[in-house]
Design a protein around this ligand. Structure first.
Ligand code: GDD
Length: 288
């Protein structure tokens, strides 16, 4: 996923399970800002591997914060908190002061990461901020997540490579935004004089079913001819509805989502069609 900018990056290795590797990285590279986007981030896997999820997604944050405290407490830190912490929502829409009710080992682990970030800020005066990001998607999203699973499948069906798309809960509702917009909010948080916590969201919610409707419609197909509901993709405990209130991000960071839901869905389907067509050209047998 970094291929398009790889020539402008220097990639170095560290592991959230290995604190010494983090200390070594900070000592060697002297970063001014650290963005912790690393996690076991797929919710269904957190049910099958809850302990590993806790080690990486929860304790990994402590290892990194503690390494910063030891090596250079002036480093500014961003923690990728998640709307999954709101889980079985107790208030609609969700704000920075909405009580948490996570519904998966992933959500529970993210909640630990969120609170340890606040704790290190308050205990050691670190410039540590937490972004409670609602779902953020792009054509580079992993195929296991529902948006990309849909866009990729729509492209395959359109190009005659597939016929059906098997999904779980079509009624789940998410506040989906474009990842490219959300990364700007992360950066803005670390440019502020004081660290803080922010909800980053569009303020709109849509169902998986709506995502399918727009995606199939974009290529002239009817989703109902292709989508099959499959019990295998349901979760032991579901988050039915997420919708964030991004007012604080607007008033304090001057940030708002620029890309609409419709634009996002179409961008993802177009991205997959372009990619699959490119593959088809590459794989064409050479003419004699
Ligand atoms: N993955 C997947 N596959 N989800 C499905 C499917 C399917 O076949 N069918 C329905 N869904 C529903 C899920 O039940 C869920 O309610 C919703 O689609 C979204 O699922 P995901 O795309 O897997 O994302 P998520 O909401 O669980 O979590 C994502 O967003 C969080 C908030 O930003 C992940 O990126 C998390 O790491 C992130 O924290």
């Amino acid at each position: 996923r970094l291929a398009h900018i790889q020539d402008r990056l220097e990639i170095v290795h560290g592991d959230l399970l290995d604190q010494d590797s983090l200390i070594e990285l900070l000592r060697e590279w002297h970063p001014q800002e650290v963005y912790n986007l690393a996690a076991q981030s797929f919710v269904p896997t957190s049910f099958s591997q809850p302990v590993l999820t806790g080690e990486v997604t929860a304790l990994g944050v402590t290892r990194l914060l503690d390494a910063i405290r030891m090596v250079d407490p002036a480093i500014r830190f961003y923690q990728a908190s998640s709307s999954e912490m709101f889980g079985k929502v107790v208030e609609v829409p969700q704000t920075e002061s909405t009580p948490f009710y996570p519904r998966s080992p992933y959500g529970v682990a993210k909640l630990y990461g969120h609170w340890i970030t606040i704790n290190y800020r308050e205990s050691y005066d670190l410039h540590a901020s937490s972004g409670m990001l609602f779902n953020h998607e792009s054509p580079r999203r992993g195929l296991e997540f529902v948006t990309r699973k849909i866009s990729h499948s729509v492209a395959r069906i359109k190009l005659g490579l597939d016929r059906e798309l098997r999904l779980g809960n079509l009624e789940a509702q998410r506040d989906w935004g474009f990842a490219g917009d959300y990364v700007k909010a992360m950066w803005l948080m670390l440019q502020q004089d004081a660290p803080d916590d922010y909800v980053v969201a569009t303020g709109e919610t849509h169902s998986v079913r709506e995502f399918c409707e727009i995606a199939f419609d974009h290529v002239g197909l009817d989703w109902q001819d292709h989508v099959v509901v499959d019990e295998r993709f349901f979760r032991p405990a579901e988050v039915d509805l997420l919708i964030g209130d991004p007012k604080k991000a607007l008033s304090q960071l001057g940030w708002k989502a620029e890309t609409s839901f419709d634009q996002l869905v179409r961008m993802m389907v177009d991205g997959d069609i372009t990619e699959l067509e490119g593959d088809a050209i590459v794989n064409q047998p050479e003419s004699p």
